[in-house]
Design a protein around this ligand. Structure first.
Ligand code: NA7
Length: 554
């Protein structure tokens, strides 16, 4: 925790994280004239897109949606090359943004915020840093990288990302493995050459599903260890031709407005009909149209009740299972790849490029861990209940401690020295997913209890950053020293998030949305399921009523 060291530098705001959220937060606060410092554990800007460099890493929201809208000039001048942007292209974009808005001079790379304590007498945060994981990658001319220092700030803004604390598989012996072992979320910058090697991939979420087809092409042999099959649909990724881009750019303001008002942060035609009221032929046609389009959310919003009624959901799930049976030649493999334990959409659906067809290759094998679980990792490979498999490399596509992992990795202490870890021991408690009672002047960008991962993250990030910046401006104009949600407002919001979540099918799955992928993590619907448009109105109403539900202290 932060000892009683004296801060050696003072800021108006400290932002933790230089991903898409942290960079825009810095830009907005600077426009207000604030003195801001950003700390970033990585060796460069980019957050998710800095760390996730595995083969095939790609965003599954279209590039022209998954991009900043705050600057019409940026929006017009940047040229995307593909419908779905690859990780290298996204990282180039983010680096361009950092340069274009001259953001780098306020960012301290390779530096992790280890602890933060609220000093009640001063109404300021005292923040201690240490070297971050990316310190070694920071180029020599970046002064101060990895510094251990203590600074103070009136506002502490956590822009730490929803999927940044990586989760290793909870299996014995990982450290004994003598080959190469890489987590998709911490991929080596120099890349990994799998040519001629025997490779294992553990995990079949989005990361596994994206890297498996590419690793299969390179490796001598690939074995996929699957615990839970996931629903995946083809991305049909294509190059973006200039005409398509020109057309979108011409209507960008309208398009962005529709995205902000939508449920998922992407404009879609809203369904009017229950899947159960549609004739089987009509349903088939509609699902097929979405399958052919290659959109993440299309099938989930094809009818009004896909995400709220199991029978409706099963019509879509069965459509995808039939596709798997059609694509995968071996019926046993097709059955193992077909999800039957959760409704489609309740675990993050995936978009792929040739995923299911990869299992038709002679040099690819699937191990169904439900039948034969992993017993241990040995020096030579992976031992399951009924076989020992030898490998040169193991790829861990085992996901993240989502939404709360990165926030709680910092020892945050609020009023009376209360620790955030203790306060959230039974699950996260926030007001609007943006603040938490007893931790004044602390903001969480896309925190638990906000739509975040159930939306196009760019739309949610911009909305939160703008709301927080407006709030900070309001407080400073009035000379208000601190803002803290009331326990009552927070309790009501937590209850609201639960009620809306319980109305959906999300609680029926053991997903990271529910915190269910991390042993011992409390089970709760972590994101707000009410939709970004509705949520924005709720946040705006709170602000319009002079931050109703918050206590403001001079
Ligand atoms: P995910 O979606 O959490 O997927 C992780 C996968 O790893 C999933 O199939 C897990 O199976 C599997 N897993 C996790 N731990 C183990 C162990 N111990 N043994 C075997 N298998 C395991 O993470 P991703 O990185 O793929 O995607 C994260 C998000 O990034 C994605 O949803 C998009 O929003 C972008 P399980 O399902 O838990 O049985």
């Amino acid at each position: 925790m932060v000892r009683d060291e004296t801060a050696n530098a003072h800021f108006d705001a400290v932002v933790v994280g230089a991903g898409l959220a942290g960079l825009y937060m810095l830009h907005r606060l600077r426009q207000l004239g604030l003195r801001v410092r950003v700390y970033e554990a990585g060796g460069g800007v980019g957050g998710t897109w800095y760390w996730n460099r595995y083969p095939g890493a790609r965003c599954d929201i279209e590039s022209m949606e998954y991009s900043y809208s705050f600057s019409p000039e940026l929006e017009q001048e940047w040229v995307w090359t593909e419908k779905y942007p690859s990780q290298p292209e996204l990282l180039r974009y983010i680096e361009h943004v950092a340069d274009r808005f001259d953001l780098r001079r306020d960012i301290r790379l390779g530096t992790r915020v280890a602890a933060a304590r609220f000093d009640e007498a001063a109404s300021r945060w005292v923040i201690r840093t240490e070297p971050g994981e990316g310190a070694a990658q920071v180029s020599g001319d970046d002064l101060g990288a990895g510094a251990e220092e203590t600074v103070s700030a009136q506002f502490l803004i956590m822009a730490t990302g929803c999927l940044s604390a990586v989760k290793s598989p909870e299996v014995e012996g990982l450290e004994r493995f003598r080959g190469g072992c890489h987590h998709t979320g911490r991929w080596p910058h120099e890349g990994v050459d799998f040519t001629g090697r025997r490779v294992a991939v553990i995990g079949t979420g989005s990361s596994g599903i994206q890297c498996i087809p590419i690793i299969a092409e390179q490796a001598a042999h690939l074995t996929v260890f699957q615990r839970t099959p996931n629903f995946s649909m083809p991305a049909h990724n294509v190059s973006l031709d200039p005409e398509t881009q020109r057309a979108r750019k011409a209507t960008y303001p309208d398009h962005r407005r529709l995205a902000r008002e939508s449920g998922l942060g992407v404009p879609v035609d809203l369904p009017v009909k229950s899947a159960l009221d549609a004739e089987p032929d009509e349903r088939e046609r509609r699902y097929q149209e979405n399958w052919d389009k290659g959109t993440l959310f299309g099938i989930l919003v094809a009818y009004t009740d896909i995400l709220i009624d199991t029978r409706a959901n099963d019509t879509a799930a069965e459509f995808i299972r039939a596709k798997i049976r059609e694509i995968v030649a071996d019926p046993d493999v097709a059955a193992a790849l077909s999800p039957t334990d959760h409704p489609v959409g309740t675990k993050r659906p995936c978009l792929d490029s040739g995923y299911y067809a990869t299992y038709n290759r002679d040099d690819v094998a699937l191990v169904d861990l439900r039948r034969s679980p992993i017993v241990e990792i040995t020096p030579k490979g992976i031992r399951t209940a009924d076989a020992e498999h030898e490998f040169d490399d193991i790829v861990l596509a085992t996901g993240f401690d989502a939404m709360t992992g990165a926030l709680l990795s910092v020892d945050i202490r609020g009023k009376g020295g209360t620790s955030l870890r203790e306060k959230w021991a039974e699950g996260p408690r926030t007001y609007l997913g943006i603040a938490t009672a007893g931790f004044p002047n602390l903001f969480t960008v896309t925190g638990p209890g906000s739509p975040s991962v159930l939306s196009n993250m760019m739309v949610s990030i911009e909305q939160h950053v703008e709301w927080i910046a407006d709030c900070v401006a309001f407080l400073r104009e009035r000379g208000i020293a601190s803002i803290d949600p009331s326990v009552e407002a927070e309790d009501a919001w937590v209850e609201h998030v639960k009620v809306v979540g319980d109305f959906t099918l999300y609680p029926t799955a053991d997903s990271w949305y529910m915190g269910a992928n991390v042993p011992g993590k409390p089970r709760a619907v972590l994101p707000y399921c009410g939709g970004v448009g509705v949520y924005r109105q709720q946040c705006d109403e709170v602000a319009a009523k002079d931050y109703e539900g918050f206590t403001l202290s001079s």
